[in-house]
Design a protein around this ligand. Sequence first.
Ligand code: DC
Length: 223
Amino acid sequence: MIVTLDGPAGSGKSTASKLLAERLRCLYLDTGAMYRAVALQVKRQGVEPKDGEKLKELCRNLDLRFKEMGREMKVFIGEEDVSSAIRSPEMDLLSSRISAIQEVREAMTRLQRKIAVDKNVVAEGRDMGSVVFPGAEFKFFVTASPEARVERRYKERIKRGETVLREDVEKELLRRDAQDKARSIAPLIPAPDAEIIDTTFLDPAGVVGTILEAMKAKGGWSP
Ligand code: DC
């Protein structure tokens, strides 16, 4: 059984996906983290972000692992925990850039499907319901007003100890949204059969509650 949550940055889909996976006792698949790990290697190896062939090779050699540690899902490249390194503002933008490259998308799509084989999964990203898991039993598109999304991202970064201006957070977030929506392959759009959840006035528990209600209305989760 697969539940997909797609949506733009700051929509609250990550927090909701994690909580939902905990509630349903299934695997939480953070596909944004996968694109971020590729971006980190692109930077470290000095690969040109538009060079499809080099990116293909990089993805082939990428030893990407998810490890559950307590309530956290950590991201590793080989033996190195890169969970924090992939969350920088630079990786926000670079992951969005390289995610528009066909070779990267093909490699990640393949890996995402492989990870999900024979498992119950909550998969979050941009193209989970539209491209990677078109046959998923439950599909949601999680969104919120641009103001609410900027506010959430701003607070998150302040909490992390960064010194940042709200207007810079806004500029970066809107730029990334535009990039993710405009790309020709697997752009950020709701799958035709996805239910839209507007989280502008909902807290994480409210988002999960709304999703669980919608799932119940569709016959419930019975893996
Ligand atoms: O969800 P996130 O902010 O961690 O994702 C980082 C970038 O990765 C995002 O800007 C676009 C890309 N991405 C994607 O293209 N497809 C996905 N399924 C997940 C993320």
